[in-house]
Design a protein around this ligand. Structure first.
Ligand code: FPP
Length: 256
C-alpha cells in the first residue's frame, strides 16, 4: 500500500533484485530503526500482541547479524519509548523482559562478533531485571571494537533535548561553559548519544510515516526509508532494499 501511495509500483522482478547485496562502498555507517508492527503481525495471525513482540525479537537477531556482516558501525533499535508505558501492564512487563531474554541468548555471539552493546534512554526507571541485563551486556562488551548495538530503551527525544539544555544551563551558570560557546556541537555532546555519530539512514516498518519522538536532533540529515513490511517479517531482502535505496540517494546537507 505504502509503495503505491508513494508512486513506487514495484517491477515484477523486484524480489529478485532485492536479493542483490548492497554495494560495498557507501554503506550507511549508522542505521536507526523504528521497529513497528509487532501488534498487527500478531493480530493477523489471531495471536496475542506479545507474540508479535517475541517474533520481533527474532527479527532483531536477524537484523544484528545482517548489519554486522554488511559493515554497519552503529545499529540503533527503538525498543521502548517513554510513551510506551501507556500500554497494558502485561504488555509492558513482557517488553521489559525481552532485553534479558535476548541478551541471555545472544551475548556469547555478540561477544564473539566483537559487538559492543549500549543503551540510550532513561534506564534508571526500568525494572531491576531489565537494568541488570543491559548493564551486564554493556559491561561485558565495553572493550569490543566492532559494531555498536545501541538499544533505545525508555527513550524520548524531546525529554533528552530538555535534559541536555538544563545541563548546559547549569554549566553556563557555574561558569564552566561560556554562553557564546553554545552551538550545535555542544548540544550534541550533551545528548545521550554524545559518543555516537548521527544516523545516516532511518528505517521505519509497518507503513507508519512519522518519527514518534525518536532522535529528532540526531536525524536532522538522515535519509528516511519506510516500508509496509511489519517488523517481525523484516528480513534480508528488506534490509538489502533499504541499503540499496540509501546508496542511490544523493546527500547534499543543504548544499547543491
Ligand atoms: C512497535 O510495535 C514495537 C514496540 C513498541 C516494541 C519493539 C520491541 C521489540 C521489537 C522487541 C524488543 C526486544 C529487545 C531485545 C529489546 P507495536 O506493538 O506498536 O505494533 P502495532 O503498531 O502493530 O500495534
Amino acid at each position: 500500500m505504502l509503495n503505491k501511495l508513494m508512486g513506487k509500483e514495484k517491477p515484477a522482478e523486484e524480489d529478485e533484485l532485492n536479493e542483490i547485496e548492497p554495494e560495498e562502498e557507501n554503506i550507511p555507517k549508522h542505521i536507526a530503526v523504528i521497529m513497528d508492527g509487532n501488534g498487527r503481525w500478531a493480530k493477523k495471525r489471531g495471536l496475542p500482541r506479545v507474540a508479535g513482540h517475541r517474533e520481533g525479537m527474532n527479527a532483531i537477531r536477524r537484523m544484528v547479524r545482517l548489519a554486522d556482516r554488511t559493515g554497519v558501525e552503529v545499529l540503533t533499535l527503538y525498543a521502548f519509548s517513554t510513551e510506551n508505558w501507556k500500554r497494558p501492564k502485561t504488555e509492558v512487563e513482557f517488553l521489559m523482559r525481552l532485553p534479558e531474554r535476548f541478551l541471555n541468548a545472544e551475548l556469547p555471539e555478540l561477544i564473539e562478533k566483537n559487538v559492543r552493546v549500549r543503551v540510550t534512554g532513561e534506564i534508571e526507571t526500568l525494572p531491576e531485571y531489565t537494568q541488570r541485563a543491559v548493564k551486564k551486556a554493556a559491561e561485558e562488551t565495553s572493550g569490543n571494537t566492532g559494531m555498536i548495538l545501541n538499544f533505545a530503551l525508555n527513550y524520548g527525544s524531546r525529554s533528552e533535548i530538555i535534559e541536555s539544555v538544563k545541563t548546559i544551563y547549569k554549566k553556563v551558570e557555574s561558569g564552566e561553559v561560556a554562553f557564546t560557546e553554545i552551538d550545535e556541537g555542544l548540544l550534541s555532546k550533551h545528548l545521550m548519544t554524545a559518543e555516537l555519530r548521527d544516523p545516516d539512514l532511518l528505517i521505519r516498518t509497518s507503513g507508519e510515516i512519522r518519527l514518534s519522538n525518536f532522535m529528532l536532533w540526531q536525524l536532522a540529515y538522515a535519509e528516511f526509508w519506510f516500508t509496509d513490511v511489519l517488523w517481525p517479517d523484516f528480513d534480508e531482502k528488506d534490509f538489502n532494499e533499504a541499503v540499496r535505496v540509501y546508496q542511490q540517494r544523493q546527500r547534499r546537507y543543504g548544499g547543491v
